[in-house]
Ligand binder design. Structure first.
Ligand code: PEP
Ligand code: MG
Length: 579
């Protein structure tokens, strides 16, 4: 039995045999000399293989478009563009003529040099690009050598997929019923694989950084998407233990599924609003299945995190329209691009910064890239007629910045009017409260907007000065720190004094104990991962408003988060609230 540790990127437990999908499966590339008279025929062979690869990619693109929408099919458009790259053709032709070696070898050498160059760059965008070059080269080589690449659509059994890095085409074409878990060397929480694994509800541990090589085909693997642990060839006790954990997670989820259909009410019948956070449009099915009242946070930056070109206004319009239509009139809050910091976006010249979390990110970036921001605002406005859309600006730090964002929105509206594009004139506009300066002047910001949404992931990070992505200081990222609770209390009070609703879309909203305290503090709406909605519905259904208020009142007088934790555990037990 061996154990590896990576980044928990998609929750759940998977137990299945490993299907090792590594490039050790690489073809052996033949290398032989050709005569000058054979050059034309060799080039012709290349052209035929290229055309077949093009047909494959067009078929994959059409399938992605049918099943997942334009923002995913764009990856294949980027592949097609690469195939048509004139420089690439000229370089390959020149090396063929110079070397007088067979075209497989020439192509392979050329693509290896491009991959090496891209991988030596620290920007993760280029690393993703190298996966694309690899993908395309293999496709052409397979046609040149009449060799079919194994397709993940043909998996014969249930498996845990083990890979260095899954290519975009693998994720799209794989048989999702068969893939029970994913384990990968590459990738973090915002990688394409992580986003799709969550959207498909497949447990995944990524970022194993070189250790997947130790997993062999057919070995039994446990993927713990909760903790990031991967256990290889578990002994009987461990296997039984994980089977029990998996069974109890499944049982808990199916018990909770009943709550998805029930109204969200406190014990004394007060209605609560529970919405979902999404990253990709495909998640709307899960949002509806888990009984959320709408989407409280659509992290639009994930549309920009796909490899290939940045989404155009039309790409975005179709993604927003798709989400709004799928939600059938339920509210959908689209947050404008929140890039930078820990989220690096392909095709955006975001310089490597010394202090990215305090740097050129989110609304700061948007206000400096007017064209991109206007494209996004127009796309949201145009989509707004397809449902109940709302706009939310991230990382607002003060009134002037908010005024600038509102000014940009007014310009986008005026341009839509000039172009005769219809949109909802009174589309609600809100801001994330996730920087302490904004929380401290919530009273000044509230009159300018229709709602607040508290982003505790960042609010805690900036209040306690603790990098939310650094595991060494993770113990300090504490929602029950009295400073954080006081800021939340103030934001809710200031929002209410101005007559606007206050929501929370940070992870804290899906913590059962926190949900009770927030109810007591008067929070109007919660937004969380779709799968957490039934649990929080059950938790809030076990407490009355008066009980929640008295709990919140007690908590606000306590001197530290450890006191609060202990107290809440006791109170939740006494109310028989199971987490
Ligand atoms: C937050 O900061 O709490 C939030 C919801 O935004 P994100 O996690 O996308 O930064
Ligand atoms: Mg945030």
């Amino acid at each position: 039995m061996k154990s590896l540790s990576g980044i928990p990127a998609s929750s759940g437990i998977a137990i299945a045999k490993a299907f090792v999908f590594l490039d050790d499966d690489e073809p052996i590339i033949p290398r032989y000399s050709i005569g000058a008279t054979e050059l034309a025929a060799e080039w012709e062979r290349f052209m035929v293989a290229l055309e077949r690869a093009r047909e494959d990619i067009v078929a994959l693109r059409d399938r992605a478009l049918r099943e997942m929408g334009e923002e995913h099919s764009a990856i294949f458009d980027a592949h097609l563009m690469m195939l048509e790259d004139i420089d690439l053709m000229e370089n390959i032709e020149a090396s063929l003529n110079d070397s007088l070696l067979n075209i497989e070898w020439v192509l392979h050498q050329y693509s290896m040099s491009v991959v090496k160059q891209l991988e030596s760059l620290s920007d993760p965008h280029f690393q993703e690009r190298s996966a694309d070059v690899h993908d395309i080269t293999h496709r052409i080589l397979n046609h040149l050598m009449f060799r079919e690449r194994f397709s993940l659509a043909d998996l014969p059994d249930d498996v845990v997929l083990v890979a260095y890095n899954l290519l975009p085409s693998d994720m799209i074409s794989m048989n999702r019923q068969r893939v029970k878990g994913i384990v990968m060397d590459a990738g973090g929480k915002t990688s394409h694989t992580a986003i799709l694994a969550r959207a498909f509800e497949i447990p995944a541990v990524l970022g194993l950084a070189g250790s997947v090589r130790s997993i062999r085909n057919g070995e039994m693997v446990v993927v713990n998407g909760q903790s990031g642990q991967v256990i290889i060839e578990p002994d009987t006790d461990t296997l039984v233990r994980y089977e029990n954990v998996r069974a109890s997670l499944l049982a808990r989820n199916s018990d909770l599924a009943a709550f998805a259909k029930m109204p969200a009410l406190t014990k004394d019948g007060q209605a609560v609003i529970l919405k979902a956070n999404i990253e990709v449009p495909e998640e709307t099915e899960s949002v509806l299945r888990h009984g959320a009242h709408g989407i409280g946070l659509f992290r639009s930056e994930f549309l920009f995190l796909q490899p290939g070109r940045a989404p155009s206004e039309e790409d975005q319009f179709s993604a927003y329209q798709r989400v709004l239509t799928a939600m059938e009139g339920k509210p959908v809050t689209i947050r404008t691009l929140d890039v930078g910091g820990d989220k690096v976006v392909p095709d955006m010249a975001m310089a490597a910064e010394k202090n990215p979390l305090l740097g050129w990110r989110a609304i700061r970036y948007c206000l400096s890239d007017t064209e991109m921001f206007q494209n996004q605002l127009r796309a949201i406005l145009r989509a707004s007629v397809y449902g109940d859309a709302r706009i939310m600006f991230p990382m607002i730090s003060g009134p002037d910045e908010l005024d600038a964002a509102l000014h940009a929105l007014a310009k986008a509206k005026s341009d839509c009017r000039k172009l005769g594009q219809s949109f909802r004139e009174d589309i609600p506009v809100g801001i994330m409260i996730e920087i302490p300066s904004a929380a401290l002047i919530a009273d000044l910001l509230a009159p300018k907007v229709d709602f607040f949404s508290i982003g505790t992931n960042d609010l805690i990070q900036y209040t306690i000065a603790v990098d939310r992505g650094n595991e060494r200081v993770a113990y300090l990222h504490e929602p029950f720190h009295p400073a954080v609770l006081r800021l939340i209390q103030k934001v809710i009070a200031d929002g209410h004094a101005a007559g606007i609703s206050v929501s929370m879309c940070g992870e804290m909203a899906s913590d059962p104990a926190a949900a009770v305290v927030l109810l007591g503090l008067g929070l109007d709406e919660y937004s969380m991962s779709a799968a957490s909605v039934p649990l929080i519905k059950r938790v809030l259904g076990a407490v009355s408003l008066a009980e929640a208020r008295s709990i919140a009142e007690a908590v606000m007088k306590m001197p530290s988060h450890s006191h609060i934790d202990t107290y809440l555990r006791g109170r939740l037990d006494s109310l028989e609230i199971q987490e």
